[in-house]
Ligand binder design. Structure first.
Ligand SMILES: Nc1ncnc2c1ncn2[C@@H]1O[C@H](COP(=O)(O)OP(=O)(O)OP(=O)(O)O)[C@@H](O)[C@H]1O
Length: 345
C-alpha cells in the first residue's frame, strides 16, 4: 500500500488539532486546526500554528477561524484548503514522480452520512487520490495498541476538543459506542463562563485553555495552586489581572467532566457481560488531549469501579491508528465503518 513513490497518510482531522501520520516516519504534522483568512482579498493568510497565534489578536481584515466544529466540518472550503496545506507539509520531500496519496481520515462515530461525505469530498479536494474514513474510536484503539482483532473486549474513551467518543471493540468491530459533542472546548467555555460570572472578567479561549492545562483537574485538586490571568473588566472596560485557584477551576469544569463520565457509564451499561468482564481485566483506555486532564483517570475509575489507563502519547493515538488502518485495509473493509470515495465518484 505504501510502496513505490506513494506517501499515503492517515489524518486525524480534529476540532482542535490536525495530525498527519506517514508510515515509517510517524506523526510528521501536528498543528492546530486553525486558518487565518483575509476578508478583504478572500485569501488565506496563515494555517496551523501561525494562525492559532492570531486568534483574538487579528486586525479587522483578518479572521482566525476553526473550520471544524464538534468533530465535523463547519466550513467546507476552509477545511479543504487547510487539509491541502497539511498534506503538502507531509509530502515535503516527495519526488516529482510521486502519485497522489491515498488518505485515511478519522470521523466521529456519531456522524451523519452527509457529514461523512463532506469529509471525503474535502479530502479529495485537498489532493487525495482515494479518500477513506474510519470511525475515530476504532482508530484510537488501534493507535493505543489494543487487541482490536481478538475476541476480547477493549474499551476506549477518546476525549478531543469537540467530541468524546466511547466505544467497546471486539473482533475487529465496534460492539457499542457513544459519541457526545462535549469535550475539551466545552471545558474551556465553562472556565470562560465561570470567570465572567464570578469576576466580571472577559477572558479569551487561549487564556481559558491555559488555565485548564496549568491548574485544571478533575475532582478536587491535590494541592493548592493558582494562576494569574488577564482579561477585560466588564464593568470598567479596562484590562485587569486576577488570581484564580485550582479549586475554582476544578469546580468550574465539574459539570462537563460529569457528562463525559456519564457517557462512559451509559456505554458500560450497554456492554454484553462477557466483554464487560474483559474490560474489568484490562481496563478502560483513555486517548485524546482530554485524557491529559489531571486526575481524570482516577475520577473515571472511582465512578465506574474499573481500572483506567491513559494511553502512551494519547494525542497521537488516532493519527497512528488511521495510518495503520490504511496499511491494513484488507483487514478492515466493511468491519469498522471504513468507507471510501475514489476520484471517479
Ligand atoms: N494537559 C492537558 N490537560 C487537559 N486538556 C488538554 C491537555 N492537553 C491538551 N488538552 C486538550 O485536548 C483537546 C485537544 O485534543 P485532541 O487534539 O485529541 O482533539 P481533536 O482531535 O482536535 O478533537 P476532536 O477529536 O474532538 O475532533 C483540547 O481541548 C486541549 O485543550
Amino acid at each position: 500500500m505504501f510502496g513505490g513513490f506513494s506517501r499515503d497518510m492517515g489524518i486525524d482531522l480534529g476540532t482542535a488539532n490536525t495530525l498527519v501520520y506517514v508510515k515509517g516516519k510517524g506523526v510528521v504534522v501536528r498543528e492546530p486546526s486553525v486558518v487565518a483568512l483575509r476578508t478583504d482579498t478572500d485569501t488565506i493568510e496563515a494555517v496551523g500554528n501561525s494562525a492559532k497565534n492570531m486568534i483574538g489578536r487579528t486586525p479587522g481584515n483578518i479572521v482566525a477561524v476553526r473550520p471544524m466544529k464538534n468533530g465535523v466540518i463547519a466550513d467546507f472550503e476552509t477545511t479543504a484548503t487547510m487539509m491541502k496545506y497539511f498534506i503538502q507539509e507531509a509530502q515535503k520531500t516527495r519526488s516529482v514522480f510521486s502519485r497522489k496519496p491515498n488518505v485515511m481520515v478519522c470521523v466521529p462515530s456519531g456522524i451523519t452520512a452527509v457529514e461523512k461525505r463532506a469529509v471525503e469530498d474535502a479530502t479529495k479536494q485537498a489532493g487525495a487520490k482515494e479518500a477513506y474514513t474510519i470511525e475515530e474510536p476504532f482508530a484510537a484503539a488501534i493507535g493505543a495498541d489494543l487487541p482490536v482483532w481478538e475476541p476480547t473486549g477493549s474499551m476506549v474513551v477518546d476525549i478531543g476538543g469537540g467530541t468524546t467518543e466511547v466505544a467497546i471493540i471486539s473482533l475487529g468491530g465496534i460492539v457499542t459506542s457513544q459519541s457526545i459533542r462535549i469535550a475539551g472546548d466545552d471545558i474551556d467555555e465553562a472556565i470562560i463562563q465561570y470567570v465572567k460570572k464570578t469576576y466580571n472578567l472577559m477572558i479569551g479561549e487561549r487564556t481559558a485553555e491555559a488555565l485548564k492545562l496549568q491548574i485544571g483537574s478533575a475532582g478536587k485538586p491535590e494541592e493548592f495552586d493558582s494562576m494569574e490571568i488577564r482579561g477585560r473588566d466588564l464593568l470598567t472596560g479596562l484590562p485587569k489581572t486576577i488570581d484564580v485557584t485550582a479549586e475554582e477551576i476544578s469546580s468550574a469544569l465539574g459539570d462537563t467532566v460529569n457528562q463525559i463520565i456519564e457517557a462512559v457509564k451509559v456505554t458500560l451499561e450497554k456492554t454484553p457481560p462477557e466483554l464487560a468482564a474483559d474490560i474489568m481485566d484490562r481496563g478502560i483506555v483513555l486517548t485524546g488531549g482530554g485524557a491529559l486532564l489531571r486526575n481524570l483517570d482516577h475520577v473515571i475509575s472511582e465512578e465506574t469501579k474499573m481500572p483506567v489507563i491513559v494511553a502512551e502519547n494519547p494525542m497521537d493515538c488516532v493519527a497512528i491508528g488511521t495510518g495503520r488502518a490504511l496499511e491494513n485495509l484488507h483487514l478492515f473493509k466493511s468491519k469498522a465503518g471504513i468507507t471510501s470515495r475514489s476520484r471517479s465518484k
